[in-house]
Design a protein around this ligand. Sequence first.
Ligand code: SF4
Length: 368
Amino acid sequence: MVSTQELGAVTASPTFGGVTASPTFGGVTASPTFGGVTASPTHVGEPTRGGVSASEDHGLYHHYSRYLKETFGGKTYKVVVNSGLTCPTRDGTITKGGCTFCDVRGSSSFFGKQGRGGEITDQINSRLPGTRARFGAEKFIAYFQSYTNTYSDAEYLREIYGEALAHPDISGLAIGTRPDCLPDSVIELLEELAGKHYVSLELGIQSFEAPTLEWFIRGHDGECSRIALRKMRERAPHVHTCAHFIFGAPTDSATAPKDAALEMNEFGVKGVKLHQMMVLKYTKLAEMYEAAPFPILTMDEYAERAIQFLEHLRPDIYVERLQAKASHQAELIAPDWSKTHWIPYNRILKLMQERGSYQGKALGYAKT
Ligand code: SF4
C-alpha cells in the first residue's frame, strides 16, 4: 500500500521536441496514466475510418493526438515492452487470477507472443521496425503496458526503465500500474526520470465507487486512488499522469462518470482513458456472466456515460480513448459492439454533435 513520506517539490520543466511538456492548469502540473488495463491499439494518432478523424476531433474533446503533437512535435507511437512483473491480484498478495475483467495477457493489446524473458533492448528492437513501417511513426514511447509495472523495488524499476530510455529511438516511457503499487521510492524515481525524459504514468483507477471496485476485485478502495493521485500531483509534477476508468459495471451509480470527471479536474491529471466494461473469455467476469448473466450496456447507453464524463471534464485534460475495442475478438463475449472501434467511436461523436455537447460544457467552458 502507499506510504505517506513527503518528498521535496521539483520545479524543472523539461521539454520534448522543443515543447514544454508540463504546462500548468490552476497551479497543477501533474499528469497521470492508467493501471495496466487496456484493450486499445498500441499506437496513437491512429488514422480514422468511417468518418471522424482521430486527429480532428471536431473541437468536441481534447484528443490525445493533439497532446502528443504539442508534446513531441511529430507522430508518436507506443511500442509495447514487457517488464516481467506481475500484479498483487495475480500473485496471491490480494487474490489470484487477476481483477475480474482482466484477461490472461494482463490486458495487453500486443498481438504477438508475450515474452517475459527478453531484454528490454531486444524487445524494442524486435517490435519497433514493424511499428515504424506500419504507421510511419517518427517517435516512439516504450510502453510498459501489461500487468503492474511498478510492482517491484525501485532498483529493478530503474534498471528496466533506464534500459528503455537508453535506446536511441525511444523518446519516453508510458508505465501502466495500480494506485496501491506506488510507494514513495517509486514516485521519487518517476519524478527523477521525468526531469530528463517524457514519463507518463497510466494509473488504473477504474472506479471510485466501492461496489464497482469490489465487483472488479481490485483489492483497493477509492481512497487509495485519491492518495496516489494526490501524491503524484504534489511529488511528481513532471510525470504525465493519465487516469483509466471503466464504465458499465452493473454496480455503477448513475452519476459515476460525472463524479469521476470532477475528481480528475481536482487532481490535475494530464489525461484520461475510458473503457467500457467488456466480458472476455478466460476472465472471472466470464465465469460470473455464465453463472448468472448481468446487464451489459448497449452502445448508446455507454455513449451516454462517455458524454456525461466529457461534459464534466476540464478541456485542458487530454482524452486518450473514449471507448475500447476488444484486441482479441475471438475472446469477446459481450458487448458485441466492442468488436469495432469506429462504430461506437463515431456514435459518441455523432450524439455529441447532434446535441451541441463538448468537453467541459457542463462546467461552463466555451467550445474551442
Ligand atoms: S492489476 Fe488487475 S487489471 Fe491491472 S493488469 Fe493486473 S490483473 Fe489486470
